[in-house]
Design a protein around this ligand. Structure first.
Ligand SMILES: [Zn+2]
Ligand SMILES: [Zn+2]
Length: 339
């Protein structure tokens, strides 16, 4: 039996649509019949060979939603036909020091879906059971996909940020991550401030749940945030060092600037405001499969939806270009079959 897959066969190569044998799950693994797979900015790591040691050919894709199609040996807690997602975190070894502390996301031998093993730009994929998140019935596959990386990254960042109900949480950038960040911040009960470029994003930001919108093209963002008392958290989703660096001055005492997407340039900021206000700057890393499942459950409960453009797998080149151009609003999702 054969399946269609979109692979990259060398660093900087183009997508190739190929027929492959449908893979069999080994011990501790399941086979997922993929229904949808989001295209993430990080897929550029595969396309352009930016991940050290990556092996080709490789099928990218770590925003996978589908259904368990076959179960390998020693898998006790999952069964055929369950709806599951597979995200960036592609499993862990359970035995390293970080795992022994229960911090599976920081496993020194963690695997990345679509980088260390083939991902979801295909009709079927093999996933470790430890990388599976159960998808609630209410969520369609094409919405569940983007929650597996973009969603869990901002959801986890916000829920672990220390902000409490009513605290000011600003979301900088209203793009793939930011449009979800605004929805989560609102639904978690924060005083939600969206920071975007241009007047035209205001209506959207408010529709997504922002209580306030600050146009960073014309406003003095720091001053406006300080007029509100300062932000307990700023989630900086636009990967621009120049735009992010000054935001620390908009934090309240003990506030945190959280950064889920890496700018190419280093940040430049003066440290005195960090010291005097006990402020911090922190990276936020995706999360485990269980974190992803919490993201899916919360999204279904609270009515959080990604805004997506769908493309069939056969149009993968166009879909990737659309993501890469930045023209997309807001996530591109590949769908399998005729959908
Ligand atoms: Zn991603
Ligand atoms: Zn480990």
């Amino acid at each position: 039996m054969k399946m269609k897959a979109a692979q990259i066969s060398k660093a900087g190569g183009d997508f190739e649509l190929v027929e492959r044998d449908i893979p069999e799950p080994g011990a501790g693994q399941v086979r997922v019949k993929v229904e949808a797979c989001g295209i993430c900015h990080s897929d550029v790591l595969v396309k352009d060979g930016l991940w050290p040691g990556i092996q080709y050919p490789r099928v990218p894709g770590h925003e996978v939603a589908g259904r368990i199609d076959a179960v390998g040996a020693n898998v006790t807690s999952w069964k055929k036909d369950q709806r599951v997602g597979v995200g960036w975190h592609g499993g862990h070894d359970f035995v390293c020091e970080q795992c022994r502390h229960g911090d599976f996301a920081m496993c020194v031998n963690r695997k990345i879906t679509g980088i260390d093993f083939d991902g979801g730009y295909a009709e079927f994929m093999i996933a470790p059971a430890s990388a599976l998140a159960l998808i609630p019935d209410e969520l369609p596959a094409e919405e569940a996909g983007p929650f597996m990386c973009a969603g869990v990254t901002v959801y986890n960042a916000l829920r672990n940020s220390g902000a409490r109900g009513g605290d000011i949480v600003a979301v900088h950038g209203i793009g793939g991550l930011g449009h979800l960040g605004v929805q989560y911040a609102r639904q978690m009960g924060f005083h939600t401030v969206a920071l975007g470029r241009g007047k035209d994003k205001e209506a959207l930001a408010k529709k997504l749940g922002a209580h306030r919108y600050i146009d960073t093209d014309i406003a003095d963002v720091v001053k406006e945030l300080q007029n509100l008392g300062g932000a307990r958290v700023i989630l900086a989703t636009a990967p621009s060092a120049k735009a992010i660096s000054p935001l620390v001055d908009g934090l309240s005492p003990s506030g945190t600037l959280l950064i889920p997407a890496a700018p190419n340039e280093p940040l430049t900021m003066s440290v005195l405001p960090l010291i005097m206000g006990r402020r911090s700057v922190a990276g936020c890393y995706s999360g485990t499969a269980r974190d992803s499942q919490d993201t899916l459950d919360f999204s279904a409960l609270a009515g959080v939806h990604p805004m997506i453009e769908k493309y069939p797998l056969s149009r993968v080149k166009e879909a990737y270009e659309q993501m890469h151009s930045g023209k997309v609003r807001f996530r591109v999702v590949l769908t399998m079959g005729d959908r």
